[in-house]
Design a protein around this ligand. Structure first.
Ligand code: GTP
Ligand code: MG
Length: 393
């Protein structure tokens, strides 16, 4: 009975969106046309001075109480179907601000620091706090038990990497809900693996994909659609369709890169994106912030950027691949003086860390160096005209 009331509210909101032509739906809708995506992306990229708006007083008086909703639903609210409009007490003006800035999904709001919600949507700080708390209550985000987590993890989606050795090493492929960092010297295959995963994510689930699209953020100008085309052709896919399924953004500086990630939320929500690639994660940050004095601010920004990415992975259960370079550590006298760039912030921020190096001939060696629940192991693969392949085929 009670559950019904939540659902009907939701379906009401949906019906309303259809009737009045919800701007989000209209913007991204079901379209797969690349021009329309470009237009939508450009609009999203305008950013409209996010966070500059001053909160209106009336919004600070918003009274939010979801207890009745939860009780009415028997304790199990179906949050997947709900939007911010379904949070009791959230009026049309607050809902509009949230939706316009990309916060439509309740799970997305529940995992945000209230401060970020405030800055990015322009709503008042007290309202932001109340909304995040309400969303967390609706999502029941307090405590759970290991068996529930176990069941959830069993159903985690993965993207195959076109090499059995690589897949095995990563427990079946690139995991959703996690950040996989590819780190290595130049020409070790980071960009190639990222390209391959943009193709493979499109495969149906029973073929090792997620039946979804990829969002590729390119900070180094090394994105090559013609390489994607070769990889798609090798898999017998419709090449034009495969290229349409990779949404591309060039990041021109670190601030721009962070802003793209802010706008990515809308695109992920509406465009069936299941993989986000950032190639490379750190190069702009390294280029712009150098010298000891700027290390602190750089690391702070990088940390925030990684949290942005992780929050998207968590909320939408998508996979993220980030690439990272290596750097020589002058103070290492014993052991390997070559270490991943970005220090502890990236080491802690990424879930899986895969170190790549050159092997014999056209082979490459991958090693998991930091992964929860996975043994440290190595895999040998090669880069061919078809893409990534096992070294021994
Ligand atoms: P940086 O971005 O410079 O740090 O390197 P990376 O690790 O991203 O290297 P990338 O993934 O670009 O790998 C480059 C390697 O892929 C080169 O050694 C090329 O030989 C190989 N490669 C790229 N495209 C092709 C192709 O079409 N055919 C074949 N056979 N190899 C390719
Ligand atoms: Mg590269």
């Amino acid at each position: 009975m009670a559950k019904k009331s939540v659902k009907s509210k939701n379906s009401g909101a949906k019906a309303e969106a259809e009737q009045v032509g919800d701007p989000e739906e209209a913007k991204f809708g079901e379209t797969t046309d690349s021009e329309e995506i470009d237009k939508a992306f450009e609009e999203a990229m305008k950013g409209e001075a996010m966070g500059d708006e001053v909160a209106e007083n009336e919004e600070d008086d918003v009274d939010i109480d979801v207890t009745a909703t939860i009780e009415a639903s028997g304790g199990h609210v179906d949050v997947d179907g709900l939007t911010v409009k379904d949070i009791p007490g959230v009026g049309p003006s607050v809902a509009k601000k949230l939706i316009d800035s990309g916060f439509k999904n309740i799970r997305a709001i529940a995992t945000l620091p209230p401060r970020t919600l405030m800055q990015e949507s322009g709503i008042g700080d007290k309202t932001a706090e109340k909304i995040v708390k309400a969303a967390q209550e609706l999502c029941k985000m307090e405590f759970t038990t290991a068996d529930v987590v176990f069941e959830k993890r069993k159903n985690l989606g993965r993207i195959v990497m076109s090499s059995n050795a690589l897949n095995e090493m990563l427990g079946g492929g690139v995991e959703t809900g996690a950040i996989t960092e590819l780190v290595g010297e130049f020409r070790t295959g980071k960009t190639q693996i990222a390209h391959q995963c943009c193709i493979n994510v499109q495969l149906p689930v029973d073929q090792g994909g997620l039946g979804g699209r990829a969002l590729y953020v390119d900070s180094e100008g090394t994105f090559r659609p013609e390489r994607l085309a070769k990889m798609a052709m090798a898999k017998g896919m419709d090449v034009k369709e495969a290229l349409k399924n990779v949404i591309y953004a060039r990041a021109y500086n670190s601030e721009h890169q962070i802003n793209i990630m802010r706008q990515a939320r809308k695109i992920i929500e509406t465009q069936n994106v299941k993989l986000v690639v950032i190639d490379s994660l750190i190069s702009h940050f390294r280029g712009e912030y150098f010298g000891l004095g700027s290390l602190g601010p750089r690391q702070q920004l990088l940390n925030m950027h990684l949290h942005q990415i992780m929050q998207l992975c968590d909320t939408y259960m998508i996979a993220a691949i980030v690439t990272n370079q290596v750097q020589a550590k002058p103070d290492v006298f014993f052991g390997n003086p070559i270490v991943p760039a970005g220090g502890n912030i990236i080491a802690h921020g990424s879930t899986y860390r895969v170190y790549l190096r050159k092997g014999k001939g056209d082979t490459r060696v991958a090693k998991v160096i930091d992964a929860p629940g996975l043994p440290e192991s190595e895999a040998v693969f090669k880069i061919t005209d078809k893409g990534i392949e096992d070294a021994e085929t």
